[in-house]
Design a protein around this ligand. Sequence first.
Ligand SMILES: [Zn+2]
Length: 275
Amino acid sequence: MTALFEQNIVGERQIIDFHTHPYRKRGEFMGMYGESFYLEPEEMPEDLGRAGIGVFCGSVIDSDHRVAMESFDRVREVNDAALQLREKFGDAYVPGFHVHPAFVSESLAEVERMHAEGVGLVGELVPYLQGWQQAGCDYGSEALMEILARAGEYGMVVSYHTMPEWPQQMEKMVSRNPGVTFVAAHPGQKEDYLHHVERMRKYPNLYLDISGTGLFRYGLLAACAQTVGAERILFGTDYPICNPRMYVQAVLGEHISQEDKKRILFGNAKRILGI
Ligand SMILES: [Zn+2]
């Protein structure tokens, strides 16, 4: 029974990976051991497919962004990259795009452009890679509120990298934009995870994806299911930074119901992304 359930989900590639960073070239490849491990972009769907993942979502990141940005051109370039990858991968890829609070009018124009392109996912926003701090911005910046309000008008979903050092700013962002569905990335260690739960209890528009650090602590999903409910947890890996099969096995191996596993692995993502 369990074996059949797992075989079905993995064999049929039913899983939606809400949190990935696809790439067109080495400069966009986020794998940490890039000097010894690199796959061509064309190999990505099959590589994820072997883990049972049939659809992957998320933004392109250029590792050259690790410096403060002087213009919005570099943001637009990675957003263009996401659109190009959608051409390449079709329905298997749900693109996410970046905005930047230091560039308000440019970001608003980007929201319009992406909406016209049928893109409804903002992020993952990664402030520490795109020079937000150097530009004096954070998740509480009024400039960001203006950009997110526009995204909210279009019913967009916003994926953001959790910045534990910005607790009030994260709270402000989520509470000020009730029309936006937010997905915090990375449960983190227990203390960080409990902060996520606290915020999720207060704000029904806040979700959590299980990518990155945290899931290797056995029982994390049972804790989520019992506190905020499995309806607000999304499967994610942070591929190609993290090994996707580890995350799939971790979900399948937790002591939660099959219904909750299906919600986490694909049901919730389908619902909030409308796919
Ligand atoms: Zn992240």
